[in-house]
Design a protein around this ligand. Structure first.
Ligand code: DCB
Length: 502
């Protein structure tokens, strides 16, 4: 990445090149080394990682810089394993305040964290993610903060920091490498198949967001109505053109959402076959395109509660998708299905979105990008108080399961719309939040009053015959397209009527 900027700078002028050369010469790009433990009473070595942002080559010689180190301050034997207290010291030597930061540290498999202060921790495989929270998260310029935790490891370790993220931006040398890897200049944009004439896409073209409203190429309000697949890895047979055509012609739908789980079994980041999953997306995108339907590529986080947990993979994935489908006016990107657990808007989701959006924008200047919201995509009120700024064509998800989510979530939607937040109902069903249990059609009606009176777009969960209430196809029916009404579940019949406007 910085190499490209070099090239650009060379074109811009010798002075800028000299400035960068000077900056690199003093080592501001990346420094990494060891230093003495800051606590003389400890017996373990301290490791310092210095990570700096790229020099700001555009305006002045303003160089942001952070210094992060991790060191132990005491260890003990813990039934043959090693327990230790770890401190993470973050110095904000940049000239701007920091509001969120986290680091990744390589640890041996089987490491467990007992308690922490000023941060939360999560061990996944060999990666320990330490996220500053509460008093640890905001670090004013010039300030140093120390957070800590106790961890048990199978063997004694000298921890070292592999990545630093500040306000959603990766800061260390590997960041350049990751971005370089995620660079998609060698990906040829796929040629878009011509949609049939008279299709939704032919009639409405590239969509945009105006205020809270989705509008078509002519600026007229437009509502997307359709279905979401179940997990692509679990129900790949429904990703076919005939199925989508049934949704278009028999149901009156104009959008299909392709749900790709990231962390459940067979997920993109949890052992799933990446090439196979991308091939399914390609099948789905091209089928929808030939039918002139809109299609959402959904990075379906769920078990991985916080989008930043698999952020590195998401960066590469969306770089690749947006390069490949740059010529497709009908592709929408949904970048994090349902953040939950401890994932907050300010601390995780917004910084994540502010990283992913520019990656997509690099290839696709105006695609609709749909951003998940806290608490399984329910807290649109929180987002409305602090939306992403400086970006166009961004929408935010509200998801509901009518037997669980009622007035209080609808009130959030009304509040958010009043504040000007564009909302997309990219997933919902009529039953409870597990995707199962009895439907509450009374609550579902209330939801659709709200949806239709505000012209909100929606996708119903899910196009599958799984033996659960939210599946649109009866579990006894194995047809993967061309369903008779009698082959639809109670949910399927109700949703079909809704989309048809009956
Ligand atoms: C969402 C998820 C979606 C999930 C449905 C129903 O989760 F985005 O992935 O789908 O809503 O729960 C279910 C499938 C099951 C599958 C399971 C995998 O229907 O067949 O086995 O995913 O985990 C929500 C939505 C809301 C809430 C909780 C969940 N909530 N959740 O409000 O508590 O925990 O899955």
């Amino acid at each position: 990445m910085w190499f490209k900027e070099h090239k650009k700078q060379i074109l811009i002028g010798v002075i800028a090149v000299l400035a960068i050369a000077a900056a690199l010469a003093v080592g501001i790009f990346i420094g990494r080394g060891k230093q003495e433990t800051p606590n003389p009473t400890t017996d373990t070595e301290a490791v310092t990682d210095t990570a700096t942002e790229e020099p700001d080559t555009e305006s002045d010689a303003d160089v942001s810089q952070y210094n992060v180190e991790i060191f132990t301050s005491g260890s003990w034997d813990s039934n043959g394993s090693v327990g230790a207290t770890y401190n993470v010291r973050f110095s904000n030597t940049s000239d701007a305040d920091v509001s969120a930061w986290y680091i990744e540290v390589e640890v041996p498999e089987g490491s467990t964290v007992a308690d922490s202060w000023g941060c939360t921790t999560e061990v996944k495989g060999k990666t320990l993610t330490i996220t500053a929270v509460d008093w640890g998260a905001a670090v004013a310029k010039g300030q140093t903060i120390e957070v800590g935790f106790n961890m048990t490891t199978p063997t004694a370790i000298t921890p070292s920091i592999s990545a630093l993220y500040v306000d959603g931006k990766k800061q260390d040398g590997s960041a350049a490498a990751t971005t370089e890897e995620a660079s998609t200049e060698e990906i040829e944009p796929e040629e878009r198949p011509e949609p049939e004439s008279g299709t939704p896409l032919e009639n409405h073209g590239a969509l945009q967001v105006e205020g809270t409203q989705l509008v078509d190429a002519s600026g007229a309000p437009y509502q997307l109505k359709g279905v979401s697949t179940h997990g692509l890895a679990w129900f790949p047979e429904y990703v076919n053109k005939d199925a989508f055509q049934t949704i278009r012609d028999d149901w009156g739908g104009n959008v299909i959402r392709l749900a790709m789980y990231t962390d459940e079994s067979g997920g993109y980041c949890s052992g799933g076959d990446k090439e196979q999953l991308k091939a399914l997306i390609d099948t789905g995108v091209n089928a929808a395109t030939e039918l002139g339907m809109y299609v959402i590529i959904d990075w379906h986080i769920l078990h991985d509660t916080d989008p930043k947990i698999n952020q590195g993979e998401a960066e590469k994935f969306f770089a690749e998708m947006s390069a490949k489908y740059a010529n497709y006016d009908n592709v929408l990107y949904e970048i994090c299905n349902e953040p939950n657990g401890g994932a907050t808007w300010d601390g995780s989701i917004k910084p994540y979105a502010e990283t992913i959006i520019p990656i997509i924008r690099k290839n696709d200047k105006d695609a609709i990008i749909i951003v998940g919201t806290p608490t399984w995509s329910q807290d649109v009120d929180i987002v409305a108080d602090n939306p992403i700024t400086g970006q166009e064509n961004i929408m935010y998800t509200v998801h509901f399961y009518a037997a669980t989510h009622t007035d209080n979530i609808r009130n959030k939607v009304t509040y958010a719309l009043d504040k000007g937040l564009p909302i997309f109902v990219s997933e919902f069903s009529l039953c409870d939040a597990s995707g199962n249990g009895a439907n509450d059609l009374n609550q579902a009606e209330k939801w659709f009053d709200l949806i239709n009176s505000n012209n909100l777009s929606y996708c119903s969960w899910s196009l599958s015959n799984k033996a659960e209430t939210s599946a649109l196809i009866q579990s006894g029916c194995s047809k993967t397209s061309g369903w008779e009404e009698s082959e639809l579940s109670e949910t399927g019949k109700w949703i079909r009527n809704q989309i048809r406007g009956n």
